[in-house]
Design a protein around this ligand. Structure first.
Ligand code: FES
Ligand code: FES
Length: 196
């Protein structure tokens, strides 16, 4: 699979300037900062719910999602806008949350992988990834799911080439991509009512 492009991905805007992250991937200082020390309070809408988080003007959306808001389904891989692991939907568009300042997400609809399921039922993509073995370690999976969700919303009947093109900016080190593409194809069929 070709690499590194997400046609709907927001281009890089800000880089983090805060403290170093720990090995689990996010800044351990973010939770302490969220406890309140006069920082601005962001009003965010995530997964259909109004949420508040205190954040510095230079804090990245991915750090606020994973830190103060504890939505750790969104992963951090490269932290440089290249791997797609941090992909979320911003106003329906697949966006790398490590390239967007949290403050820029105010007033916009954010969907993370935690928001894909509906009424306790997994999204067709989640079911298809499970059934088609579209993951191994699962690290890339949240980003794959969100990018694929964006694709299927815009193109309910994608060709294999469409799927490869949409996912080419999402890197996977385990699967070889074949079963990921099959999973998206199956999810599309399920969403069209052609497959249970
Ligand atoms: S962590 Fe954001 S693109 Fe890799
Ligand atoms: S399943 Fe391991 S990185 Fe994709």
């Amino acid at each position: 699979m070709r690499r590194i492009r997400n046609p709907t991905c927001t281009s890089g805007i800000g880089r983090r300037r805060g403290g170093a992250r720990n090995k689990s991937g996010y800044d351990p200082g973010s939770l302490a900062r969220a406890a309140g020390d006069g920082m601005p309070t962001l009003q965010l809408k995530i997964n259909g719910r109004a949420m508040q988080a205190q954040a510095e003007p230079h804090d990245l959306l991915v750090d606020v999602i994973r830190g103060p808001l504890a939505l750790t389904g969104t992963h951090i891989g490269c932290d440089t806008g290249q791997c797609g692991a941090c992909t979320v939907l911003v106003d329906g568009q697949a966006t790398r949350s490590c390239t967007l300042l949290a403050v820029q997400a105010e007033g916009r609809e954010i969907t993370t992988v935690e928001g894909l399921a509906h009424n306790g039922q997994p999204h067709a993509l989640q079911t298809a990834f499970q059934q088609c073995h579209g993951l191994q370690c699962g690290f890339c999976t949240p980003g794959m799911l969100m990018t694929a969700a964006c694709l299927l919303r815009e193109n309910p009947k994608p060709s294999e080439a469409d799927i490869v093109d949409a996912l080419e900016g999402n890197l996977c080190r385990c699967t070889g991509y074949v079963n990921i593409v099959k999973s998206v194809q199956q999810a599309a069929e399920m969403m069209r009512g052609e497959k249970a």
